[in-house]
Design a protein around this ligand. Structure first.
Ligand code: GDP
Ligand code: IMO
Ligand code: MG
Length: 428
């Protein structure tokens, strides 16, 4: 089973880090193919909690080769901070490799991210402020800086000059900020070059060779389907392709090499930042989900917006990603409700939509149509087989599986590495 893609099915924070860690035992490579340190993955191993942003979650699994591929945007300061922090906790990071074609996030793009958000006022996206959008914009307008540029002083100088020519006009004339000096940026980036050099390889060649040799490669998506720049709730999205197709363009591996697409989905739903969220709760149920589920951002600490499971979104994710398996996480958080609502369709101005409406304004105006499933009171955190779950919890899983367009192969029943119920193997 060589190529496995793992993506988020909702708005992020579904528990992808834990799922990657779970799969990590059976894989040889874990590849981050999109996004940057806007991601926040929490992995709990033996009672120890690790919060990762830029590094692939596979870095925590001994023997796995973690890969930062070409589709990622890399904040070098964060990269080395994160490496030092986990090395200090005894994690071996020496196998990490980084694509020469990945783009870097210069500090001016963090500034651009923050000033443009402020400028948008009420229409702001609620970004993580990490410079993700401006860096992908630079990539597309061909004024980005790539990892390989750091090893050639005159090229780097030219490229930074080119980028700042436009940005300084914007910063000074539109945003009323000071201009940024070219030398300052070149110095900032070159400071990392020597430490970076041994990690930089042709990751596309490496991964294709690994697949030729029969290795198992896991492509770990950051963010999620509904935050994908093409398929999400645009413009309230991130700036990369977080869906399964992004694994190919973001790593240089062709679609014929992908055998399995695993989507991680929470047993309820959350969202951080602005944008439509049909099942969002503004009442005590929402607060209860947030408190029991510890729904506060790993990256920004913001409280996550919470709501019920949305099968319309699940079916959409199944379709857009070609999902073969779902990992349903955080079922334990639903313990204690008498009835658990699940959104089966949307209603827009009296018209029922069984699938996600194509019009963005319909999505904004949609009301959820709920089906009410029976709840359970028993503590399920100790369950390790499907049969050990209370009958109503089993029925919940079966019901959402039927509505969601792919089988549910793993169910999460707690934050710990082993707190899962496995129904089907994800690698076999
Ligand atoms: P990611 O961004 O998709 O990797 O997810 P995050 O790490 O941002 O958020 C998921 C949170 O849920 C983390 O704190 C995990 O430790 C936790 N988690 C994952 N699976 C489960 C589960 O089955 N039950 C519970 N209670 N927590 C879980
Ligand atoms: P993981 O990988 C949840 C959201 C931000 C904002 C929008 C755009 O942990 O699931 P950006 O900084 O990317 O330009 O922000 O996307 N966002 C996430 N929400 N989980 C994430 O990552 C996210 N990464 C970005 O909150 O609404
Ligand atoms: Mg997260």
């Amino acid at each position: 089973m060589p190529g496995i893609v793992l993506v988020g099915a909702q708005w992020g924070d579904e528990g992808k880090g834990k799922a990657t860690d779970l799969l990590g035992r059976d894989v040889d490579y874990v590849v981050k193919f999109n996004g940057g340190n806007n991601a926040g993955h929490t992995v709990v191993i033996g009672g120890q909690t690790y919060a990762l942003h830029l590094l692939p979650s596979g870095i925590l699994t001994p023997g796995v080769v973690p890969v930062i591929a070409n589709g990622v945007v890399v904040d070098l300061e964060v990269l080395f901070q994160e490496l030092s922090a986990i090395e200090a906790r005894g994690v071996d990071t020496s196998r990490l490799v980084i694509s020469a074609n990945a783009h870097v996030i210069p500090s001016y793009n963090r500034t651009m991210d923050k000033v443009t958000e402020r400028f948008l006022g009420k229409r702001q996206i609620g970004t993580t402020g990490r410079g993700i959008g401006p860096t992908y914009a630079d990539k597309m307008t061909r004024v980005g800086i790539r990892i390989q540029d750091l090893f050639d002083h005159s090229i780097l100088l030219q490229k930074v000059e080119g980028a700042l020519m436009q940005k300084n006009h914007l910063l000074v004339k539109v945003y009323n900020r000071r201009a940024i000096a070219v030398e300052e940026v070149v110095e900032e980036l070159e400071a990392y070059a020597e430490r970076l050099r041994p990690m930089v390889v042709d990751t596309a060649a490496l991964l294709n060779q690994a697949l030729d040799d029969g290795a198992t490669v896991l492509f770990e998506g950051g963010q999620a389907t509904m935050l994908d720049v093409d398929h999400g709730t645009y413009p309230f999205v991130t700036s990369s392709n977080a869906t399964a197709g992004g694994a190919c363009t973001g790593s240089g591996v062709g679609p014929t090499r992908i055998d399995r697409v695993v989507a991680v989905i929470k047993a309820y739903a959350t969202r951080v930042g602005s944008g439509p969220f049909t099942t969002e709760l503004f009442d005590l149920d929402g607060e209860r989900l947030r408190e029991i589920g510890h729904e506060y951002g790993v990256t920004t600490g913001r409280p996550r917006r919470c709501g019920w499971y949305d099968a319309v979104v699940a079916r959409y994710a199944a379709r857009i990603n070609g999902v073969t398996d779902f990992v349903l996480t955080k079922l334990d958080v639903l313990t204690g409700w008498d009835k658990v609502p699940v959104c089966v369709a949307y209603e827009v101005d009296g018209v029922r939509f069984d699938e996600l409406p194509v019009s963005q304004s319909d999505i904004h105006h949609a009301k959820p149509v709920y089906e009410y499933l029976d709840g359970w009171d028993e503590d399920i955190t100790g369950a390790r087989s499907f049969g050990a779950l209370p009958l109503n919890a089993q029925r919940y899983v079966q019901a959402v599986e039927e509505m969601s367009g792919a089988r549910i192969s793993v169910v999460g029943v707690g934050p710990g590495r082993d707190a899962i119920v496995q129904r089907h193997s994800l690698v076999g």
